[in-house]
Design a binder for this molecule. Structure first.
Ligand code: 4AD
Ligand code: MG
Length: 432
């Protein structure tokens, strides 16, 4: 008899197979028991009929506790009433691992309780669906960059540099030196672009941000492409194509997860239409002021209500272009005709999910960068390798960083970024 994963049920209709699974829930009458099972790939129903399996197996089935691990044997059948579409008519049942007093019951639990039990909460159907969307975004990311001629380069996690400012660094000891956990691989990716042309990274990044919001994690994963001989306008095209590709692949390959999450496909479809709208920072400030945001002056960074208002003025992701130089990192290319802004863009997701991409064209003039390093209070010795890139064949180049968890949160349509990563690191939470 073949052992299968229920995800492959379609290929085994009418066959008798074996599946390793856990009992998520059950209900029974005197003659029939319905087991809600999950085997890691999907949730499905197992049906145990007393007259078919006999008294012993039926009693065993009836008394299974939540999260007991079992090996079930039976025939795969189509089941048009369930979301999943297939069930197993159980003929044999074996307990592999018992479970007693599983803490997460089908009743409602508070968020703190669930977060304390994240190692178990991951088993629930909603978390399962979110992780499938996350997996699809990861898979599609590799496909997109591979088919567009990018090579994956892995920047270091332990670094001496602080590309995104020194306020939210995680400092650690590196033998007798100081080191930081990477906030962004960008500076290394710039070196890689000069070596390989078009590159992308995909790795964990760390920010000791004191903000407790539904968009911020302390540890998050970022995809950072960097492209040599490329200006900002072309980078925006890569960004919108990449994001539209992610949305399309989630639509194409995550049917079951989208159903579980109740995510409206018609809404997602709008995000595959290109191009995405663009608005300058200047116009965004004017738009906000015209609409009663008295708290925003030219030169201020946008907070989440501002981003949400701007996003709601469009029905696709929107690029906000060319922010004030004073609120952006040292490496951004200065505007050719304006002192006060830099060549950059943030992509703001619709529906209030905030910034999902930050990117810019990079300054390539050695003297300008040195001056900026000083102006940002950074130690030029720690950046001398980076400055070398501007000495030996410096070329126009641009790049961006997409936050994986913000993208997962948005495409899943969930409330909070903490559910978009298996084990979130949050302000005041490093357990489990
Ligand atoms: O805008 P950021 O800070 O840009 C950079 O780090 C650039 N060096 C990227 C580059 O040009 N190579 O971060 C990029 C993205 C944000 O748009 C957001 O999606 C995500 O990373 N992000 C976070 N996600 C979750 N929690 C946080 N604390 C995040 N901080 C940034
Ligand atoms: Mg940013």
């Amino acid at each position: 008899m073949e052992s299968i994963q229920i995800l492959d049920a379609k290929k085994h209709v009418g066959e008798t197979v074996q599946i390793g699974a856990w009992v998520a829930n059950k209900r029974s009458s005197g003659k029939i028991a319905f087991l809600q099972l999950r085997d890691g790939t999907a949730y499905f129903q197992g049906i145990v009929v007393k007259s078919e399996v006999g008294e012993e197996v039926f009693q065993l089935a009836k008394n299974l506790n939540q999260e007991t691990a079992v090996l079930v044997t039976g025939e795969i059948r189509e089941d048009s009433r369930s979301k999943f579409g297939y069930e197993i008519g159980i003929s044999g049942l074996e307990v592999v691992g018992e479970s007693h007093d599983y803490p997460i019951t089908p009743k409602e639990h508070g968020t703190d309780f669930l977060m304390d039990h994240r190692h178990l909460w991951l088993r629930s159907s909603k978390q399962h669906a979110i992780m499938q969307i996350r997996n699809e975004i990861i898979r599609a990311t590799y496909e997109f960059f591979n088919k567009n001629g990018f090579i994956k380069i892995d920047p270091p996690i332990l670094t001496g540099s602080a590309p995104e400012g020194t306020t939210d660094l995680f400092e650690t000891n590196y033998f007798d030196q100081k080191a930081y956990l990477s906030q962004s691989g960008q500076l290394y990716m710039e070196a890689a672009a000069m070596a390989f042309g078009k590159v992308f990274s995909f790795g964990p990044t760390f920010r000791a941000e004191k903000s407790k919001t539904r968009r911020h994690l302390i540890e998050f994963w970022m995809i950072e492409p960097e492209m040599a001989f490329m200006h900002q306008e072309e980078s925006l095209e890569v960004q919108e194509q990449y994001v539209a590709f992610l949305v399309q692949n989630v639509l194409d390959n995550c049917d079951y997860a989208l159903d579980v999450l109740g995510r409206d496909r018609e809404v997602l479809k709008k995000y595959t239409k290109l191009p995405f709208p663009r608005i300058s920072y200047d116009d965004a400030v004017a738009l906000l002021q015209k609409n009663g945001f008295d708290d925003i002056q030219w030169g201020d960074d946008f907070g989440s209500p501002h981003e949400t208002f701007i996003a709601n003025s469009f029905d696709q992701p929107v690029f906000i272009l060319n922010y004030p130089k004073a609120i952006k990192p040292f490496y951004m290319k200065p505007h050719p005709t304006r002192e006060d802004v830099v060549i950059c863009a943030d992509m703001i997701a619709p529906e209030g999910y905030g910034e999902i991409i930050g990117g810019s064209e990079r300054a390539i003039d050695h003297e300008y960068l040195l001056e900026q390093i000083h102006a940002h209070g950074l130690d030029e010795n720690e950046y001398s390798w980076y400055l070398d890139l501007r000495k030996y064949g410096s070329v126009p180049h641009t790049g961006f960083g997409l936050g994986l968890e913000r993208t997962v949160t948005w495409l899943s349509g969930i409330e909070h970024v903490r559910e978009s990563i298996p084990f979130p690191r949050l302000l005041n939470r490093i357990y489990p």
